[in-house]
Design a protein around this ligand. Structure first.
Ligand SMILES: O=C(O)CCC(=O)C(=O)O
Length: 253
């Protein structure tokens, strides 16, 4: 694709730190990914990260507690099934990322690389954070790619974002030990007030910069919410030697 994004879309991504691409993935491709995810959830195909492992507020205390085996992430989507890999290396997507990074791109096999689920029971909310907390790279400059396999909104725990927050200077006192924005800090209140919920339909894709603050609520619907999430970096942006990002490896696309 010669011009994968319009100048306006490129400007939106730079300015807001995120960009929604409506209907990028066909319902057929989404349904295949959904059916594989459901089967892997049903038969508990490893590796799985459970709500109890994530340990967010309200999560079951252990895997043996009620709801402790509620899946949060079907990890390693890249190796899990070809349908996820096909999406991760979709030429339309990689040309967009190449244009945004201004160089060839790699996918990191460290966080995210997963199918993310949010269950009505025991699925927990996620506080405001920047995804860069998951990785160690020379530059804090990755892009997460979130594919909605069904509707996502404020009711079922969809993403909320603070536009432009990838450029905000944040003081250490605003963050907790895990780099979440502290709900009790006065300086954070104007940031929270700027948060908006994204309304996504099946096949919609959100690209967001690893510096963008985002969060998500609980799932108050009756259906599991399922999304596929990968992250990418420019080929010249190397993982820090010895870090989890380096150990997990990246694949050049
Ligand atoms: O679905 C959620 O709760 C938010 C997920 C998220 O932002 C993350 O895991 O980094």
């Amino acid at each position: 694709m010669d011009t994968p994004l319009s100048p306006l879309q490129t400007e939106q991504f730079d300015h807001d730190g995120y960009l929604v691409l409506k209907g990028m993935v066909t319902p057929t491709a989404c349904d295949l990914m959904l059916s594989v995810a459901h089967e892997h959830l049903r038969t508990a195909v490893a590796p799985i990260e459970y709500e109890a492992d994530v340990g967010y507020a309200g999560a079951p205390a252990s895997r043996d507690a009620p709801g402790g085996k509620t899946a949060r992430r079907l990890r390693d989507a890249w190796h899990r099934h070809a349908c996820f890999r096909l999406w991760a290396e979709d030429r339309r997507l990689t040309s967009i990322l190449r244009a945004l990074f201004g160089e060839p791109v790699c996918i990191t096999l460290a966080h995210h690389n997963c199918v993310m689920t949010k269950h009505p029971d025991f699925g927990t909310a996620t506080g405001w954070h920047r995804d860069i907390r998951y990785w160690s790279f020379d530059k804090p400059d990755l892009v997460s790619v979130w594919l909605a396999l069904g509707p996502e909104n404020a009711h079922n725990g969809g993403l909320k974002v603070i536009a432009g927050s990838h450029r905000f200077e944040i003081g250490r006192h605003q963050l907790d030990d895990l780099d979440f924005l502290r709900p009790d800090v006065a300086d954070n209140q104007p940031l929270f007030a700027r948060g908006v919920s994204l309304d996504l339909d099946k096949g919609d894709v959100v690209l967001f910069h690893s510096g963008l603050f985002h969060a998500a609520g609980r799932n108050d619907s009756s259906a599991v919410k399922t999304s596929v999430v990968f992250a990418y970096h420019g080929a010249s942006n190397a993982p820090v030697a010895g870090s989890k990002s380096a150990l997990a490896g990246s694949v050049a696309l």
